[in-house]
Design a protein around this ligand. Structure first.
Ligand code: ARG
Length: 262
């Protein structure tokens, strides 16, 4: 259990310190980087995916475009950040070049976000300018219901492929398919987390496949709807330790209301 706790703390620490680590160049321990067990994809296949950046090419989290000026992401991606210091890159397969880079007018995350339990890990960004849909930029609909356990869903991002010793991120967007695991099933004895899984969460599981550090805030999509937001996990792609996502259906009202009033 001790190892697991250390792993979670490391995830969160790396999550918030991510921007500082991505620009480190050649690292002797670097392996091929990508979402664990995934493959190269294109932004055209996932045109709702965006990259959150501190300067114009330093990625720290993913996000999803839900209308012309709103991006949904994780609360833990926004904690301690100022809107004026966040940029969003849209419409590019590469996180570090191409597409469109837009400034952020305002940001907010759920008042009930709890950094120790990771409940309510949802936030939004209002873009400084409206963004029109193109072949490479599209708004995604929020799921109204959480898909049933076993439903395949696709998670995308520029996060790390491995848990240890991966200091640089893949430049090409990665995608991997996992299966939805309802929060109750995820908290059951079928998996290893137990009662630390809450009703604002939904899990995604497939052997040796997972999101990882740097994917946080990004989309989990099933049937063309946003069903989850990459939130946390003990290590990445570990046996019987699913990726944990903020459950969009459970958090939908907060997203819609906040998007309207900001
Ligand atoms: N907390 C990580 C981040 O900030 C995301 C971890 C997702 N982990 C997982 N095993 N699915 O990027």
């Amino acid at each position: 259990m001790h190892g697991l706790v250390v792993a979670l703390v490391a995830c969160l620490a790396v999550g918030s310190a991510w921007a500082g680590t991505v620009s480190i160049s050649p690292n002797p321990f670097e392996r091929e980087g990508r979402i664990v067990g995934g493959e190269d994809t294109t932004i055209r296949a996932h045109p709702y995916q965006v990259s959150l950046q501190t300067s114009r090419s330093s990625h720290f989290c993913g996000g999803s475009l839900i209308n012309r000026n709103t991006v949904v992401t994780a609360a833990h991606c926004l904690q301690g950040r100022k809107a004026s210091k966040v940029y969003v890159r849209l419409g590019s397969t590469l996180y570090n070049e191409g597409g469109l880079v837009v400034a952020v007018r305002e940001l907010a995350y759920n008042e009930k976000y709890n950094a120790s339990t990771m409940e309510f890990d949802v936030g939004i960004l209002k873009l400084a300018e409206d963004v029109e849909e193109t072949e490479d930029i599209r708004y995604i609909e929020l799921a109204k219901e959480t898909p049933a356990t076993g439903t395949p869903a696709i998670v995308t991002g520029w996060g790390s492929k491995c848990y240890f010793w991966c200091m640089t991120l893949p430049k090409v967007l990665q995608a991997v398919v996992v299966n939805i695991v309802d929060w109750r099933v995820c908290a059951s004895d079928a998996y290893k987390y137990g009662d630390i899984i809450y009703d604002t969460m939904v899990c995604g599981y497939e052997q040796k496949k997972d999101a990882c550090q740097g994917d946080s805030g990004g989309p989990l999509v099933a049937e063309n709807k946003l069903v989850g937001i990459v939130s946390w996990g003990y290590a990445c792609a570990s046996n019987l330790l699913p990726g944990v996502y903020a459950d969009v259906a459970a958090l939908r009202e907060w997203i819609n209301e906040t998007a309207e009033k900001l």
